[in-house]
Design a protein around this ligand. Structure first.
Ligand code: AMP
Length: 210
């Protein structure tokens, strides 16, 4: 099994890179944040349980996340690109414990400054219909704040406001940044402040050669 992990603060470009790499590497992407947001909009038991944490930028408990990940892995034995997992030492240790020595594990650290994160996230908009992501400064929609694909009015994620962005970044530094050291043996570091096409070119050479 091949496991590629995208590690970096919110706004580092994990989602954009995961989508690009999924195509060239032929792997499925598991986006923990999307799964939780979908559960919240559907009003399921899981959604009701995680709603407050997600909307206030706090981490959901490890048990819940690990159950979702284990289920996904049993259904995707060829491998996966993780966007948003692991985010704590406990999640990282549990992932390593379920991997086989023959599995291929790589952690891509999108090293991104606090300034870049705030600039990107406060201008980020999302289509509630098709999920397409825009940035009013760097990648605006063609017309007004409407989705280019389905013409739906774009929304700002509840956790993309300045107060919650700062809280998410604080939690990233405390809980997730230590994973850079934990994964030192399988780490690839990339400058996450660079434009998306530059980052993708660098990753593509490593992950999708030929
Ligand atoms: P994201 O879209 O990756 O920024 O995730 C949005 C929110 O979902 C986070 O702020 C957390 O509340 C929750 N979340 C996503 N992934 C995880 C994870 N691996 N562990 C705990 N909470 C998570």
């Amino acid at each position: 099994m091949r496991i590629e992990i995208l590690l970096g603060p919110p706004g580092a470009g994990k989602g954009t890179m995961a989508a690009y790499l999924s195509r060239c590497a032929g792997l499925s992407v598991f986006v923990t944040g999307d799964v939780l947001r979908q559960a919240i909009s559907s009003g399921s038991e899981l959604g009701q349980r995680v709603k407050v944490d997600v909307e206030q930028g706090r981490l959901v408990d490890d048990e819940t996340i690990l159950n979702l990940v284990k289920k996904f892995l049993t259904e995707h034995s060829e491998g996966v690109i993780f966007d948003g997992f692991p985010r704590t030492l406990r999640q990282a240790e549990d992932l390593r414990a379920i991997l086989d020595p023959a599995d291929e594990l790589r952690v891509i650290h999108l090293d991104t400054s606090a300034e870049t994160v705030v600039a990107r996230l406060s201008a980020r908009r999302m289509c509630p219909q098709c999920g397409r992501i825009y940035n009013l400064r760097f990648k605006p929609p063609l017309t007004d704040e409407l989705c280019d694909e389905c013409n739906t009015r774009l929304i700002q994620r509840k956790d993309d406001t300045e107060v919650v962005i700062k809280e998410r970044y604080r939690i990233y530094l405390k809980e997730t940044a230590p994973l850079v050291g934990y994964f030192a043996d399988v780490l690839m570091k990339v400058d996450g402040n660079a434009p998306a096409d530059v980052v993708f070119r660098e990753l593509k050479e490593e992950l999708c050669p030929g």
